[in-house]
Design a protein around this ligand. Structure first.
Ligand code: CP
Ligand code: NVA
Length: 319
């Protein structure tokens, strides 16, 4: 069977670029690709294609999962540290995009400024994928939705509570969950709430799918009755100097056994990783029976294979 499905977009820069149908198609393709991979039947739908991967920040999961994804699909990937590119010496993002587009078939980029990934998409002529910016982390949330779907089936109506810093992962969760018709509640201290424009985007998406999005200050209120409890580091990459101050302010938002007790008995515990054990999440919880963090990490591979194939390939064989 082949899907003739196509995404409505030619880049994945923001979760908000995807329609609910796009999200559903990516998840369906990812499920099929995961099954095929487990059966030893990966299809080389990107044979001979090359993905350029620009990194301004560190990475374990994103770097390795994208590189392995390209190998599984018959292509290859180039790791391009921004410091080693002429970017580090002042060549513009626009010129870098124009030049790389003459060599590679797709670009994945992890940057500080979100506008850098937007500029790659605007000035390049190949698909661009956001591998995390200060604003968003869309590939992570596609893997997260795949993980919840595997464990709980229908996403619509599920309640996901994110506790901690209203950061890039929280932003993408708000929009991604809304696109999937889920109820997303963010529990974050004042001053660490998600950006208002992201809340507006998530609310607009939720209004179309029957989902909901809410921001509260009390982490216990957020966790109440949740199907999924999610957290992320208190100081993201680039915020290292604020780490000590953030540890004090965000301490009440730790994902620990007391918070898990407020959620549903069968709740899933999620973290995009890397975790700062003993800070935003306890060892007991990250290693506990509710935790699906290793599935999440694995699903980066499968979800991204779907994204790569749908953006850079032609028709994607589903079996
Ligand atoms: N979750 C995630 O993006 O991990 P890396 O920073 O290791 O890529
Ligand atoms: N919020 C974290 C996510 C890391 C995957 C950061 O930006 O560092």
């Amino acid at each position: 069977m082949k899907t003739r499905g196509r995404l409505s977009v030619s880049h994945l820069v923001s979760d908000n670029d995807l329609t609910p149908a796009d999200v559903a198609l990516i998840l369906k393709t990812a499920v099929a690709m995961k099954k095929a991979h487990r059966a030893g039947r990966d299809k080389p739908v990107l044979r001979g294609k090359v993905l350029g991967m620009i990194f301004q920040k560190s990475s374990t999961r994103t770097r390795v999962s994208f590189e392995v994804a390209m190998l599984h699909l018959g292509g290859s990937a180039l790791y391009l540290s921004a410091n080693d590119l002429q970017l580090g010496r002042g060549e513009t993002i626009a010129d870098t995009a124009r030049v790389l587009s003459r060599y590679v078939d797709g670009i994945m980029a992890r940057t500080y400024a979100h506008s850098d990934v937007e500029a790659l998409a605007r000035f390049g002529s190949v698909p661009v994928i956001n591998g995390l910016t200060d604003l968003l982390h869309p590939c992570q949330i596609l893997a997260d939705l795949l993980t919840i779907h595997e464990r709980r089936g229908l996403l619509k109506g599920r309640r996901l509570a994110y506790v901690g810093d209203g950061n890039n992962v929280a932003h993408s969760l708000m929009i991604g969950c809304a696109k999937a018709g889920m109820q997303c509640v963010i529990g974050a201290p004042r001053g660490y709430h998600p950006r208002p424009e992201i809340l507006v985007q998530a609310e607009e998406a939720a209004a179309k799918t029957g989902g909901s999005v809410e921001v509260v200050v009390d982490p216990r209120e957020a966790a109440e009755g949740a199907d999924v409890l999610y957290t992320d580091v208190w100081a993201s990459m680039g915020q290292e100097k604020e780490h000590e101050a953030r540890k004090k302010i965000l301490a009440p938002y730790q994902l620990n056994a007391a918070l898990v007790a407020r959620a549903r008995k069968d709740c899933l515990v999620m973290h995009c990783l890397p975790a700062h054990r003993g800070e935003e999440i306890t060892d007991e919880v990250v290693d506990g029976t509710h935790s699906v963090v290793w599935d999440q990490a694995e699903n980066r591979l499968h979800a991204q294979k779907a994204v790569l194939a749908l953006l850079m390939g032609g028709d994607v064989p589903l079996s």
